[in-house]
Write a protein that binds this ligand. Structure first.
Ligand SMILES: C[S@@+](CC[C@H](N)C(=O)[O-])C[C@H]1O[C@@H](n2cnc3c(N)ncnc32)[C@H](O)[C@@H]1O
Length: 467
């Protein structure tokens, strides 16, 4: 039955036909288009899901590769290229739709392709009309009868493989490849080692690719959830100070006892807190406690910023003012690394399932050294987080009390949250990549990768979502 259907709609097989990408690929044009998409920054289709994911393939490049693999290279290469360019929206005619002002068209055609693309919309930004006139030419050349990309891809898939094309991307990253493949009409499978990559890929397919109505529904559900968690955080009083200012970021460092001096030393690869606001942290020796106090300098000049690039961790060694030896002590020595063939042995205590912070006698301690605050008055007046006044400060005694409250709360609830599945409870499997947290921090369970504030936030999000 299926074969009859294929017979009826597909006049010839492409099973062994060479792909267009093997013979022709207008790389100059695709490169200019890819560059344009990259430069669109926040205007790119997938960036709003995670702008920090830098390595996304431009969608236009993905589209070119998928079409290039499916389309056949025939004995009429000129026509092959013409059809490919029509489908990509990079032919001269497409620029009639891509220009922002009709009067620019003639002038545009005399410019180089690189110049042209800077002045127009990206093909994906133009509505469906741009492609509506291309199908007769495309169908005549390919022997298809498509009136959309989905139909064309389905038919080319049948001609090549006997089914709709399937794209599997096992290194999906920011999800460009599965997103564009699905948008074109392929069936897609995607996975990645990195759970953030999986989340971004899921978001691309299910949120960016969703209908407007679903998008609105999702945004409103998301806002209710965020509001509920914010109310709970406010009730617990763990992220606000007594003036109602709101913490936005907590900066932690490791701290360890220097075996030469007996001083506790914060392990900071750099002392720069914010390059944008020229804020650095200085370590002030406190001879009584044999520990360093933190002091911030705000609005420092370029030379001071440069000087602060050097922290106490330099080239695998711990270097600090109270040690007269400027070469410091090797961190491997502090950890007690043993020369085992697999490099795994050292003196770090292996954390246990119930641990959420280091124990007092652990070699590596953790220390909060800076908080970024947002002005509570601005927030109460309805200003957004990004528009409200913000500043950095070293933690006060009251901040450390709040810190302790979070740790106690998480310690008390951890087993219950793990039992209910709100917080990860699995041991870290040994492996090439996963040995590193075990070896360098003594972490043995996945939840050790998160500090108590992160565990708390995660649990609250899940608890509230379930209500
Ligand atoms: C260059 S990125 C992929 C970028 C992606 N094509 C995009 O457009 O965003 C490579 C990805 O491979 C993933 N990766 C590396 N080793 C892996 C492995 N052994 N198994 C699965 N994924 C892995 C990384 O987590 C990373 O997200």
């Amino acid at each position: 039955m299926m074969n009859q259907h294929v017979q009826q709609v597909v006049p010839f097989s492409l099973k062994d036909a060479p792909s267009l990408i093997e013979r022709i690929f207008p790389s100059m044009k695709i490169s200019a288009e890819s560059q344009k998409e990259r430069k669109a920054g926040a205007g790119q289709t997938l960036t709003r899901l995670g702008s920090y994911w830098k390595g996304r393939k431009p969608l236009i490049l993905v589209k070119a590769c998928i079409l290039g693999c499916l389309l056949p290279a025939t004995d009429d290469p000129e026509k092959d290229l013409e059809v490919f360019e029509l489908l990509m929206g990079i032919d001269d005619e497409a620029f009639r739709f891509r220009i922002k002002r009709t009067s620019d068209y003639e002038q545009l055609l005399t410019a180089s392709y690189d110049e042209r693309v800077t002045k127009v919309l990206r093909p994906e930004e133009v509505d469906g009309d741009m492609f509506s006139g291309i199908w007769p030419t495309v169908n005549r050349h390919l022997g298809t009868h498509a009136d959309s990309f989905t139909a064309l891809l389905e038919q080319l898939g049948l001609m090549r493989f006997g089914h709709r094309p399937i794209v599997a991307d096992t290194f999906a990253g920011g999800g460009s490849i599965p997103f564009e493949a699905a948008r074109l009409g392929c069936n897609v499978y995607a996975s990645d080692l990195n759970p953030i990559a999986c989340m971004l890929t899921w978001g691309g397919l299910n949120l960016v690719g969703a209908t407007k109505e679903y998008g609105q529904e999702f945004a409103s559900a998301q806002k209710s959830l965020v509001d509920a968690v914010e109310a709970e955080i406010t009730r617990l009083g763990v992220e606000h100070d007594s003036d109602g200012n709101r913490a936005k970021a907590y900066l932690y460092c490791l701290e360890t006892k220097c075996p030469v001096t007996g001083w506790m030393v914060p392990m900071l690869p750099s002392r720069i807190i914010s390059k944008a606001r020229n804020v650095v942290v200085d370590l002030v020796p406190n001879h009584e406690s044999k520990r360093y106090d933190f002091q911030l300098r705000v609005g420092v000049d370029a030379a001071a910023l440069k000087d602060s690039e050097n922290g106490t961790v330099q080239g695998g060694r711990l270097v600090h003012a109270m040690n007269p030896d400027p070469t410091g002590v090797s961190i491997a020595q502090i950890r007690g690394d043993k020369r085992k063939a697999d490099g795994s042995g050292n003196s770090l205590r292996r954390w246990e399932k119930a641990d959420v912070v280091p124990r007092p006698d652990d070699i590596l301690q953790e220390r909060l050294f800076c908080i970024q605050w947002i002005d509570g008055t601005d927030l109460r007046r309805g200003k957004s987080l990004s528009r409200s006044r913000a500043w950095f400060a070293v933690p006060t005694d009251a901040d450390l009390v709040r810190e302790g409250k979070v740790t106690s709360l998480v310690t008390e609830k951890l087993a219950e949250w793990q039992h209910k599945g709100f917080v990860p409870d699995m041991p870290i499997e040994p492996g090439d990549k996963t040995d590193e947290p075990i070896r360098t921090r003594g972490w043995t369970y996945w939840h050790h990768l998160f500090n108590p504030r992160q565990v708390l936030m995660h649990a609250l999000l899940i608890v509230r979502r379930q209500r």
